[in-house]
Design a protein around this ligand. Structure first.
Ligand SMILES: C[S@@+](CC[C@H](N)C(=O)[O-])C[C@H]1O[C@@H](n2cnc3c(N)ncnc32)[C@H](O)[C@@H]1O
Length: 215
C-alpha cells in the first residue's frame, strides 16, 4: 500500500470513530464555527451560485451557507462515509444540498462547474496538497473563487497547537502549511489575487482566498 493510501486510510479511520461526537467537540466553538462564519461572510451575495464544500465533514458549513444564501446550491464531498452520513442527518430536509463521498484529489465533477469552492479545517489531512489545489482550480469556473481555512502555525501559539500538539496527536499524518506556502500553492495552481486573513484567537487560523484564472 502506498504512503498516500495509508495516510488517507488512517484519516478515514479517525473520522469514522469521531463522526458521532464530532458536533459536540470543543473545537466547534474554538475553531470550526469561527472559520465557517468567516467563509459565509466572505461569500457576500452568492445569488444562485453553485458552491462546493470540500472535506465537508458533518455538513455544518454547507448548512450555514444555504441558510444565508437561499438561492444557492451547495455540494459537499468528504472522504469519510460516516461523516457524510452525519451530514445527511443534518440536511435531511434540504433539497439544495447534495452530499457525496469523494477524495479532494479526484473531484467527481466536470471542469468549470462551480462559482465558489470552500474547504475548512480539512486541508492539513491531504497528502498531496498542491495536487488538491490544482484539482480545485479545475472544477472552478474562470473567475470563480476558492476559500480555504486551516490552522495558522506561523507564530509560537499556532506552532505549539498545530505543529506540536495536533501533529503529535495525529501520529504525524497531518501537515499545516505556512501562510507563505498557501500563497505559493494557490499561485502555482493558477489562482490570482491571492490574499489572506489571519485570526489569532481563540484558535488561530488563516483564510486564504484566490480567483481562478483561465486554464
Ligand atoms: C476536521 S474535519 C473538518 C470538517 C468540516 N469542514 C468542518 O469545518 O467542520 C476534516 C474533514 O476532512 C475530511 N478529509 C480528510 N481527507 C480528505 C480527503 N482527501 N478528501 C476529502 N475529505 C477529506 C475528513 O474526513 C473530515 O471530515
Amino acid at each position: 500500500m502506498s504512503a498516500e493510501h495509508t495516510l488517507k486510510k488512517r484519516s478515514n479511520e479517525e473520522f469514522d470513530s469521531w463522526s458521532k461526537s464530532y458536533d459536540k467537540s470543543v473545537l466547534q466553538w474554538l475553531l470550526f464555527d469561527p472559520s465557517h462564519k468567516m467563509i459565509v461572510r466572505e461569500l457576500g451575495d452568492a445569488g444562485k451560485a453553485h458552491i462546493l464544500d470540500i472535506g465537508c465533514g458533518t455538513g455544518k458549513l454547507a448548512h450555514r451557507m444555504i441558510t444565508h444564501h437561499r438561492d444557492a446550491r451547495v455540494f459537499g464531498i468528504d472522504l469519510c462515509e460516516s461523516m457524510i452520513r452525519s451530514a445527511q442527518h443534518h440536511v435531511v430536509s434540504e433539497p439544495r444540498i447534495h452530499l457525496s463521498v469523494a477524495d479532494s484529489e479526484h473531484l467527481p465533477f466536470e471542469d468549470a462547474t462551480f462559482d465558489y469552492l470552500t474547504c475548512s479545517n480539512s486541508f492539513h489531512h491531504y497528502p498531496n496538497q498542491a495536487a488538491a489545489v490544482k484539482e480545485m482550480h479545475r472544477v472552478l469556473k474562470p473567475g470563480g473563487r476558492l476559500f480555504i481555512t486551516d490552522g495558522y502555525r506561523d507564530n509560537l501559539y499556532g506552532y505549539l497547537i498545530y505543529d506540536v500538539a495536533v501533529t503529535t496527536m495525529e501520529g504525524g499524518k497531518v501537515h499545516h502549511l505556512s501562510a507563505a506556502d498557501f500563497r505559493k500553492v494557490f499561485a502555482d495552481a493558477g489562482f490570482q489575487d491571492v490574499c489572506q486573513t489571519i485570526v489569532r484567537f481563540p484558535a488561530p487560523f488563516v483564510l486564504t482566498r484566490g480567483t481562478a484564472a483561465e486554464p
